[in-house]
Design a protein. Structure first.
Ligand SMILES: Nc1ncnc2c1ncn2[C@@H]1O[C@H](COP(=O)(O)OP(=O)(O)OP(=O)(O)O)[C@@H](O)[C@H]1O
Ligand SMILES: CC(=O)N[C@H]1[C@@H]2OC[C@@H](O2)[C@@H](O)[C@@H]1O[C@H](C)C(=O)O
Length: 370
């Protein structure tokens, strides 16, 4: 008997939406369809602008952007149903992540907030399927970081009995999961993934990203700049921790680039790629030295240069794309939100403590019935 859910992820790289329709009757799951939709430039620019405090009439603009986002979500849902030849009534739930525009999980009074723009009511209207959304706020309310949440899915998807397995997602931000044989895990954000690389590439080449990392690979890493970038206190802070564009935005880079003004753009790109590889590899060394297997997912898994640098920095670790472990890199997070939606409708609590730092197990998400 099929057990179908849809996951929709629009992440911090702001490149658009990844959706999967998955059957959880299979173990660990079977992807029946994968569809993507890019944001049109105006929506992307508006979402990017809403990431930065201080714009005019942000509340109004945020609601309009959420409506526009959800119309893209609905297109992706209809494309998934079409590809798989499945009716809306056969799908148990859609897990719709929303678009993170602020992430401040811990403020001075102990309880912060995280904001994912979304309009689940409209998505339920447009699709006729139960929508699960707002996955992160309960975790923050329980004292957690609200992120990362994919590690709970990583265990079922990539865990291997009796083995330690690392899973590294390189999206706009990078996050590492370590699955341990005793059933415990840690998971936290390492730092920048592609966000700074994309912004630099866009600015100097006009392209949205550095395809396969070829531009970075042809540049010379600047050791002094790398040292200044790695001095960011986030990197040395212990988990649980999470971050976002709130910290790693182009102004963060501009401030650190100022003393290195003469550097060629390609050298900066090479150094930013090294920063991404180093912050992830350093975290493996800190929290799971000698890790035997590292599964890499997210768009960064398509960056050959980043993968080569990770392999060089982690000589004892077998570094593979998640495609080799059963799920292509751009499907992993969307599949995670399909799974998280299913956990929510089944009222299954997640043991959050060792990953997000929340006080205990909680059911994450809220349901907007069809
Ligand atoms: N062929 C490629 N070569 C190099 N980089 C690529 C390639 N394809 C995708 N990417 C990178 O992957 C990014 C998209 O990754 P992904 O969709 O995993 O991010 P996200 O889900 O938005 O982010 P997050 O995981 O932080 O929420 C692009 O912005 C780009 O930097
Ligand atoms: C607040 C937020 O949206 N965080 C994202 C972001 O993108 C990558 C990293 O930072 C991770 O912590 C998280 O997404 C994934 C899907 C997660 O929750 O596991």
């Amino acid at each position: 008997m099929p057990d179908l859910s849809i996951g929709l992820m629009s992440g911090t790289s702001l490149d658009g939406v990844d959706g999967v329709l998955a059957d959880f009757d299979a173990t660990p799951l079977r992807v029946l369809a994968h569809a993507t939709a890019g944001f049109d430039p105006a929506l992307r620019a508006e979402l990017l602008a809403l990431n930065t405090p201080g714009g005019h009439d942000e509340l109004h603009r945020a609601q309009l952007a959420a409506n526009a986002l959800v119309r893209v979500y609905a297109q992706v849902v209809h494309e998934l149903l079409r590809q798989a030849g499945v009716a809306a009534s056969q799908v148990r739930a859609i897990g719709a992540h929303g678009q993170t525009v602020r992430h401040r999980p811990q403020l001075f009074d102990g309880t912060g907030y995280t904001v994912q723009l979304n309009q689940p009511a409209l998505l339920a209207e447009l699709t006729g399927i139960d929508v699960v959304a707002d996955f992160r706020t309960r975790d923050v309310a329980a004292g957690g970081q609200g992120a990362p949440l994919a590690p709970f899915f990583h265990r079922g998807m990539f865990g291997r009995p009796g083995r330690v397995v690392g899973v590294l997602n390189i999206g706009g931000i990078s996050n590492l999961t370590v699955l341990r044989p005793d059933g415990s895990q840690i998971g936290f954000d390492c730092g920048p993934g592609n966000a700074l690389l994309d912004a630099w590439t866009q600015r100097h080449t006009g392209r949205p990203y550095d395809d396969r990392g070829a531009w970075a690979a042809g540049g010379q890493v600047d050791a002094a700049l790398l040292q200044d970038l790695l001095a960011e206190s986030y990197f040395a802070a212990p988990p649980p921790k999470s971050t976002g564009r709130d910290l790693f935005h182009p102004d963060w880079l501009a401030a650190r680039l100022a003393p290195h003004a003469g550097l060629a753009p390609q050298a900066v790109q090479a150094t930013l790629a090294e920063l991404t590889a180093r912050c992830c590899a350093d975290d493996v060394g800190r929290y799971q030295p000698g890790l035997p297997d590292l599964v890499v997912c997210g768009g960064g898994a398509l960056n050959d240069h980043l993968l080569a640098r990770l392999r060089a920095l982690l000589p004892g670790t077998r570094v593979v794309s998640s495609a080799e472990a059963g799920l292509p890199p751009l499907q992993v997070e969307a599949a995670a939100f399909a799974w998280l939606a299913r956990q929510c409708v089944q009222r299954e609590p997640l043991a959050l403590e060792s990953t997000t730092g929340a006080r205990g197990a909680r059911v994450l998400g809220a349901v907007w019935p069809a």
